[in-house]
Design a binder for this molecule. Structure first.
Ligand SMILES: Nc1ncnc2c1ncn2[C@@H]1O[C@H](COP(=O)(O)OP(=O)(O)OP(=O)(O)O)[C@@H](O)[C@H]1O
Ligand SMILES: [Mg+2]
Length: 239
């Protein structure tokens, strides 16, 4: 059974149809890439799935439950975490506090010592252990992306949804980040749905690729099938 399923999800903003009858499924334990040209609807799909807003129509099924239109904090407590394309840390809080906020939302009953230890573990996982006491506003763009991931992990998710986390990285760093995310998946037994423009990373990391174009699913396949498909090439070149 799929961990996450979208059934005919549509979303319009005024006159703009951002998503139109989008069907997709993400199997447990897999890394699935969500790709498509700018404005294809990728972030909108995240928002509709993770409770940032309600789809205009269609259903979202997560871990066997219909969560359509449920608010983000409810969805989060069920085990779905997402990062934001434009990172939004609490700038005046320390790195550790940023993750603690996430953990408290997930585990409101747990004592502070647990929350702090849990948060510290996630900070260390993303390589920011040394920055524990630093206010988030002092981080550079790449570190902010890592903190963003640690905040998502701070909610102890089953499904981690990443929205373009490789921005600003060079080729070698991209390779390391891919390894990092694959290891993370194995270690924490995660399922990953990953919006990414860096095709090299998608090719290395993903087991399945969903291609969105103009609010519709253009195709689903392996990375190899997708990059060699004339429809996909056309969608990108036609931009
Ligand atoms: N809050 C909003 N209000 C109005 N229109 C929106 C809103 N959010 C998204 N859109 C529109 O919906 C369409 C899809 O946008 P979306 O941000 O989902 O694309 P994307 O695939 O994530 O693109 P990118 O690769 O540039 O991040 C675009 O036409 C966009 O302008
Ligand atoms: Mg986007």
């Amino acid at each position: 059974m799929a961990l996450l399923e979208g059934r005919k999800i549509s979303k319009s903003f005024g006159g703009v149809q951002a998503l139109s009858q989008v069907d997709f499924a993400v199997d447990p334990g897999t890394i699935v890439a969500l790709i498509g040209p700018n404005g294809a609807g990728k972030t909108t799909l995240f928002n509709a799935v993770a409770g940032a807003f309600k789809p205009s129509s269609g259903r979202v099924v997560f871990d066997g439950r219909d969560i359509t239109g449920q608010p983000a904090d409810t969805v989060c407590r069920l085990g779905m975490a997402r990062t934001f394309q434009v990172t939004r840390p609490f700038a005046a809080m320390t790195c550790l506090e940023n993750i603690m906020v996430a953990a408290i939302n997930r585990y409101p009953q747990k004592p502070r010592s647990f929350i702090e230890g849990f948060a510290r573990e996630k900070l260390s996982l993303v390589g920011l252990a040394d920055m524990e006491r630093l206010e988030a506003r002092h981080l550079n763009v790449v570190q902010k992306k890592r903190l963003e991931m640690a905040r998502a992990l701070g909610t102890d998710p089953k499904l981690l949804m990443l929205d373009e986390v490789l921005g600003g990285l060079n080729t070698q760093e991209i390779h390391q980040a891919v390894e990092f995310i694959r290891n993370l998946r194995d270690k924490l037994k995660l399922t990953v749905l990953w919006i990414e423009h860096v095709m090299g990373a998608v090719m290395q990391a993903a087991e399945r690729v969903i291609v969105l174009d103009q609010g519709k699913v253009l195709m689903v396949g392996t990375p190899h099938e997708v990059v060699n498909d004339p429809r996909v090439i056309q969608a990108y070149l036609g931009e």
